[in-house]
Design a protein around this ligand. Structure first.
Ligand code: PRX
Length: 635
């Protein structure tokens, strides 16, 4: 029997050693014993980080939905697979059993097939957090279509870019969505985006808010009548281990988002195994991850990881503040949540409201708490531990990325002693390395450096859609034979890791990964703007907020600055979405540049953080004089 459920620290070390000494034997055992295969692999792993090319379980055949649904039907057919908790607390929660999920996924899959979707086609999913979103994801996987979920908070321009990049044939959306007291016209956003997308042949529309929307003859179809007429049985498409399962976009250092491509078998094995261990999920537990399925956290730890383990997973449509800041705790009590997984930004926002809301609810069901998406500060960690977990529920601070597919550095609940702000130890099979700036690995403890991974793991992204060279350049070129994460980290005296934040041009705002380049591109479209630079600065709730330095053209100089600021934020909202709006916009005479013309962001970051005591040597700049004028006009 392989070590599928690790229970104490000694066992962790034992299994970890085994997993790195002989990764192929280790992962083969896990894959063999815990998953359903149509055909076993010929080769567990082949890899070459110089190309880069990684293949896990090559030659194997499977369908991930058989693992997530069909194989549970005999033993867990009546068990709840998904609990849907609507935005409005007065609307009834929906409990979908594994049997019902099977039926709904099959019907949806048949509708996709009827509309001409085949294995390998890309389907864009732009849906709110309603059951149809999870079902659509699984329906694509059922027939081998590659899903590309776009978070339904992205603007029409961002949606169009993503649809075009992977040439999606179909878009799945809804008439609108609820978000707290607001409704959002999702179909209107899709219509706007599709003006730019010739590749889309059809749009299927789920009804959620019953709004009066335009339906384009021949292209748009209401989903429900199609589902009503579809058959309840749909044979799973047999997929090869390395066939792409999905594309998910993440920001990068250029304006164009990167479509990370995840494979089928490795992704399945790793997300299922991490889910079971990190959260110590047990058969009767109710697990809730508050993320949106539009992000990787939702893909791996709302849908695939939990369902593969036959778990009960909660999908929440709303926001933590609606109807008030007690909503999360009300849901924990209502559904008797055992594992609760959220982001530090949500914890900070809730902590700010005090403990009054918490005291009104019985949180005694909670066994494990999780965080993800950004570093958690000490104060938030303790608030979570003291008030939510009552010091009895271990906090798993899970570090990972869209690119990694699954959790990489994390405590294993009840096994790994936790330490505030530390993601602690590498998960089974993960081999981290800290690197110095000249490309050498920094060995030993009590050191810090740039975080790389030395050896492949099953759920790593295989490429960037349509641009393998960019995949190589971004992740495998900074350090020879290593995957570079873009994060900095330190390793303490016992080997625990603490992630210190991004060392590249990505800024994490409220747990969302934002590239500076696309935001700057949006600002620079303003006719009065000559140039701009974005940096992050510390923010109590969001972790980081965005500070924009903007240089105007002559035409902009006489203009009302508040109007300009509004126009700039409006442009960002249109091009990317409201999550990328700037908290501060400072108009500057110029931007500090090196002699080769590169903007010195380091200086701008320090000024934005009000840390001007040690700006370093500015005399080598092309235009040192602008630094003082920026400081004089900052904040
Ligand atoms: O900087 C790290 C931060 O989020 C980045 C990845 O963002 P994304 O691809 O959107 O995926 C987020 C959800 C997995 C990382 O490079 N990050 C993620 N988790 C943590 C974290 N930083 C510190 N601690 C974490 N637990």
């Amino acid at each position: 029997m392989s070590n599928y459920h690790i229970k104490h620290l000694e066992e962790y070390y034992q299994v970890y050693r085994k997993s790195v000494r002989n990764p192929e034997v280790f992962w083969e055992e896990i894959a063999e014993e815990h998953f359903l295969w149509r055909k076993k692999w010929d080769n567990v792993l082949s890899w070459d980080f110089t190309k880069p090319e990684v293949k896990w379980f090559e030659g194997a055949q499977l369908n991930i939905t058989e693992n997530c649904i069909d194989r549970h039907l005999y033993t867990r057919g009546d068990k709840t697979a998904i609990i849907f908790e609507p935005n409005d607390p007065n609307e009834k929660a929906e409990h979908i059993t594994y049997t019902q999920l099977h039926e709904r996924v099959c019907k949806f899959a048949n509708v996709l097939k009827d509309k001409g979707i085949k294995k390998g086609d890309r389907v864009c999913i732009y849906l709110p957090m309603i059951p149809e979103l999870a079902i659509a994801v699984l329906a694509c996987a059922r027939i081998g279509a590659i899903h590309s979920v776009v978070f339904a908070g992205f603007s029409s321009t961002a949606l169009a870019t993503r649809i075009n990049d992977s040439e999606c044939k179909m878009v799945l959306t809804s008439d609108g969505s609820y978000r707290g007291a607001k409704t959002i016209d999702l179909k209107g956003i899709v219509d706007e985006a599709l003006k730019e997308c010739d590749c889309v042949e059809s749009v299927l529309v789920a009804k959620r808010i019953n709004s009066d929307i335009d339906m384009k003859e021949g292209r748009d179809h209401w989903l429900q009548p199609l589902l009503d007429n579809a058959s309840e049985s749909c044979k799973p498409e047999i997929m090869n281990a390395e066939d792409p399962l999905f594309i998910l976009y993440t920001s990068g250092s250029t304006g164009k988002p990167k479509g990370m491509v995840h494979s089928t078998a490795g992704y399945m094995v790793y997300t299922a195994y991490t889910f079971k261990n990190v959260f110590q999920y047990r058969e009767q537990d109710i697990y809730w991850c508050t993320a949106d399925i539009g992000w990787i956290t939702g893909h791996s730890y709302i849908v695939y990881g939990p369902l593969c383990n036959g778990a009960t997973t909660v999908m929440f449509e709303g926001v933590p503040s609606y109807p008030d800041f007690g909503r999360f705790w009300e849901i924990v009590e209502k559904h008797k949540i055992n594992q609760f997984y959220t982001a530090p930004t949500a914890i900070r926002a809730l902590a700010k409201e005090g403990v009054g809301h918490l005291e009104k609810h019985d949180l005694s069901s909670l066994k494990v708490l999780g965080t993800v998406g950004e570093p958690i500060n000490e104060e938030a960690w303790h608030w979570y531990d003291d008030n939510v977990g009552k010091k009895k529920a271990p906090i798993v601070d899970t570090w990972w990325q869209t690119e990694t597919g699954g959790i990489m550095i994390t405590p294993i609940a009840f096994a790994t002693p936790t330490k505030p702000t530390y993601a602690t130890l590498p998960f089974i099979g993960i081999q981290p390395a800290l690197m110095d700036e000249s490309g050498n690995e920094i060995k030993g403890n009590q050191v810090d450096g740039r975080l790389c991974i030395k050896f492949p793991w099953p759920s790593m992204a295989r490429t960037i859609w349509g641009n393998h060279q960019r995949y190589k350049d971004t992740y495998f070129s900074a350090y020879e034979n290593k995957y570079f994460t873009g994060d900095g980290a330190l390793r303490d005296e016992v080997g625990y890791y603490r992630i210190t934040g991004r060392v590249d041009d990505v800024i994490i705002v409220s747990g969302h990964n934002l590239g500076t380049a696309p935001i700057e591109d949006a600002i620079n479209e303003h006719p009065a703007v000559a140039e701009s630079a974005i940096v992050g600065f510390p923010h109590d709730i969001k972790g980081n907020a965005l500070y924009g330095y903007v240089t105007l053209k002559e035409t902009g100089e006489g203009r009302n600055q508040d109007n300009l600021r509004n126009e700039i934020n409006q442009l960002i909202t249109e091009q990317i979405g409201p999550i990328a709006k700037l908290d501060k916009i400072q108009f500057t005479e110029g931007l500090p540049k090196t002699r080769s013309g590169k903007i010195m962001r380091r200086i701008l970051r320090k000024i934005a953080s009000k840390d001007i005591s040690n700006l370093g040597d500015t005399s080598t700049l092309l235009n040192p004089e602008v630094v003082q004028s920026i400081i004089d006009n900052a904040f």
